[in-house]
Design a protein around this ligand. Sequence first.
Ligand code: FNR
Length: 358
Amino acid sequence: MRYTVHDFEIAARAELDPVYADFIAGGARDEITVRANEAAFGRLQLLPRVLRGSAERELGISLFGHRASLPILISPTAFHKLVDPEGELATARAAAAAGVIMIVSMASTVAVGQVADAVRAAGDDVPRWFQLYIQPDLEITEALVRRATDAGCSALVVTVDSPVLGAGERNRRNGFHDLPPGLRCENLVDLRDGERGHVRQIAMSPELNWEHVDWLRGITSLPILLKGVLHPEDARLAVRHGVDGLLLSNHGGRQLDTVPATLELLPEILAAVEGRVPVVLDGGVRRGTDVVKALALGASAVGIGRPVMWALAEGGEKGVRRLLELLRDELDDTLALCGASGLADLTPDLVRVPTWGP
Ligand code: FNR
């Protein structure tokens, strides 16, 4: 029985090829930011209210008019077929069953159209979003946006923290550079790069700048969120460039090492955007109490990355379903213990920075 996200992590490590387990758990360089993300949640304290009881708690959210049953999104993670033969289809079905928004990675091992079909077949019209790395070839980027739009994705999450790929030293040491035979980035299939023929790998764009964001704004009417803005000045610029939201993320500590924990940055980023766009946070969310802390400080929702990969590795679609149920239970329980009847009751006074002690 898996009782916590940590249990899924242990089970996944027992299940997986150690090279893949390292790929998931690892981060850039010394992994200081990986540890910081989780530690930041541990440092904050909760200060509950009492005698405000309610029989049930409201856990649903609405983002850009999209309803979801939980304020927990599935952050985009690459290569789900590395850990489960059904890959992103399994994740998508579990997300749809739970009414949770899945952000499909551009580096998915199942094409976004098929992922969307799986969500539709699983019942409700649960929104799915698409994560995009703007490619140096804008025609390819446009084709990817079209694929996502045709698949019914209802928002674009543009990852901007990866002008070059972060140095995952575990992967280097393990010699993990390529997908195993039979797996590929399915969203790239049949896309043609002017000079090089068919695109096989995602290209990072070291030349990316704000004009690319303006260009993207001009070719799509979908809501655009930027993922990976950490500097408050960039958050202000993002709003000025007409983005619809931010996914405050340090890529789970996989890009630039030693950047702050996302939770620590949240107040500064919220101050910078002045309520004009929603801010979703990911990085180190492992408990219902973590979700409550981020929301109490003003995040509109949180995202989870590694926990989904661990659950998928442990039990495929069922594993991810159990993970989402577990987090729902923890969140519900934490709200009750905080005297909150719903997410709207989560206010900054419920969160406290310790004033003494080590
Ligand atoms: C990621 N992440 C990521 N982000 C992105 O924008 N596109 C991607 O393809 C991937 N791929 C990816 C693979 C794996 C294995 C991991 C662990 C992460 C980053 C991801 O979206 C998210 O920001 C972090 O995973 C959040 O931190 P936690 O929840 O893993 O601590």
